[in-house]
Design a protein. Structure first.
Length: 152
């Protein structure tokens, strides 16, 4: 897939998330449980979610194998934490972004495309990156995922 990477000025957006320190190896097993916790909370908190999408925000861990993640959903406002579900926000920053249209298993290609573009453009990244998941297509079940890397 050919990716078009652009610089976008993102707008800060409140989120409801569960935070975790994990490894890239464990992450595929961890994130569905974290997202389930957020959705269980949102079902008991009317009005907190309007049309927000699932999100995943990543920060570098202590090693290349570790990652600090926030898995959750865009919400309408900040709120009182409940158990492991806490308020957070996607950042309002300059970011290199692209859209991935394909399977989740192929999302790494979008991240690689953004990093390659940044290198070609001599743009440094901070290591903070996130994904916003679009609505699934009714026929295929696939959805677009917008990938962002915060620029330094």
């Amino acid at each position: 897939m050919a990716y078009i990477v652009k610089v976008e000025r993102t707008t800060a957006c409140p989120t409801a998330v569960v935070k975790a320190n994990t490894t890239w190896r464990e992450f595929p097993r961890v994130w569905p449980k974290l997202l389930d916790e957020v959705w269980a909370f949102l079902r008991t908190t009317p009005g907190l979610r309007a049309d927000g999408h699932n999100v995943m925000l990543y920060r570098n861990g202590a090693s290349d194998l570790e990652v600090l993640v926030e898995v959750g959903v865009q919400v309408t406002k900040f709120f009182q934490a409940s158990g492991r579900v806490v308020p957070s926000a996607l950042p309002g920053v300059d970011a290199a972004a692209t859209v991935h249209s394909g399977t989740l298993a192929e999302i790494g290609a979008a991240h690689s495309a953004v990093r390659a573009w940044c290198a070609e453009q001599h743009r440094d990244v901070t290591g903070v990156r996130w994904e916003i998941y679009g609505d699934p297509d009714a026929q295929t079940g696939l959805f677009d995922i917008t990938v962002f890397w915060q620029l330094a």
